[in-house]
Ligand binder design. Structure first.
Ligand code: ASP
Length: 316
């Protein structure tokens, strides 16, 4: 299995065969994670630092667990409370950390492009855990693994991504990944929550959810990202739920075996009805969380192999 990338900054840099390599290895880690004894040693001796400049519950926990299961020394930096508040620049923070010789740096940042910038300044592998509205590559990979396991394939599926597309890095990374794997993608949401250059992505756009959901295999719901909105994007949450919230009536328009996804955290009763989210026959939301740990183990394992090969070449 070869993986020639130094960092995992976005899906846009990956070839379909890279995506398949990560998912294949992640499948093996799903098996490991289901055993009573969950340890492997792919990252033994390596130091993983998690730098989250934006709040996160599941992504940070998932990366932490992934690193620990593979034997890394994992350190979480609480960036909200630390030097960033004292005015240190992102680059100074990165240089300081770099001097401590981490091997894997997992970064979440509220600004698009910040993680790419940081990756240019350090000499370890950098994983983007979400930057602004730009990318969230491990989310798209875990979504892809969830779809591949539920549907038995990751191509030629009709996939609807619904809701707040404009503010969503999850939507952007998924759009790129699912497009690369040759699926038909429909974006559904109000025009105010649709990015302006969306036609460039070669997708179908719907503002009527009932029309957009017809016969799809996968319904991916997105959180209404209120923290990224600065104006009146929606009339009211009640109205939004009525038009774009996933309920049983709207879901009935999709294929009878369509799966329901959500990256979390969920606004129940805003973008999704709680009963649908909890319906184990339709919803794969818990599987997404499970796949998240396995995908992050796979991504860090492959980056660590590339890092070790590079160091060996430099030493030789
Ligand atoms: N957890 C995802 C993210 O970090 C989705 C969300 O916050 O709505 O982008």
């Amino acid at each position: 299995m070869t993986f020639s990338h130094k960092h995992l900054l976005g899906i846009e840099h990956l070839h379909p065969r890279d995506i398949t390599a990560i998912l294949d290895l992640a499948d093996e880690y799903v098996d490991l994670n289901r055993r009573a004894e969950k340890h492997a040693d792919a990252l033994r001796g390596l130091t993983q630092v998690n730098m989250f400049f934006e709040n996160s519950t599941r992504t940070q926990a998932s990366f932490e667990l992934a690193g620990k299961r593979l034997g890394a020394d994992v350190m979480n930096m609480a960036m909200q409370a630390s030097s960033i508040k004292k005015g240190e620049t992102l680059i100074d923070t990165a240089m300081t950390l770099n001097a401590m010789h981490p091997d894997l740096l997992v970064v979440r940042h509220p600004h698009s492009g910040a993680v790419d910038l940081l990756a240019q300044k350090v000499n370890c592998a950098v994983l983007n855990a979400g930057d602004g509205r730009h990318e969230h590559p491990t989310q798209a990979l875990l979504d892809a693994l969830t779809i591949r396991r539920a549907k038995g394939r990751l191509h030629r599926l009709n996939i609807a991504i619904c809701g707040d597309i404009a503010h969503s890095r999850v939507a952007r990374s998924n759009l790129i990944l699912l497009g690369k794997m040759e699926n038909r993608i429909r974006l559904i949401g109000p025009p105010t929550l649709m990015p302006s250059q969306i036609s460039e992505f070669g997708v179908e756009v719907y503002d009527d959810m009932r029309e957009g959901l017809q016969d799809v295999d996968v319904v991916m719901m997105l959180r209404l990202q209120k923290e990224r909105m600065d104006g009146g994007f929606i009339p009211s949450e009640r109205e939004y739920y009525h038009r774009y919230g996933l309920d049983a009536e709207k879901l009935a328009l999709a294929k009878p075996d369509a799966i329901v996804m959500h990256p979390g955290p969920m606004n129940r009763g805003v973008e999704i009805d709680g009963t649908i989210a909890d319906d184990i026959n339709r919803s794969v939301i818990q599987e997404q969380v499970e796949m998240g740990v396995a995908v992050r183990m796979a991504a860090m394992d492959l980056l660590a192999r590339a890092l070790k090969a590079q160091r060996l070449a430099e030493a030789g």
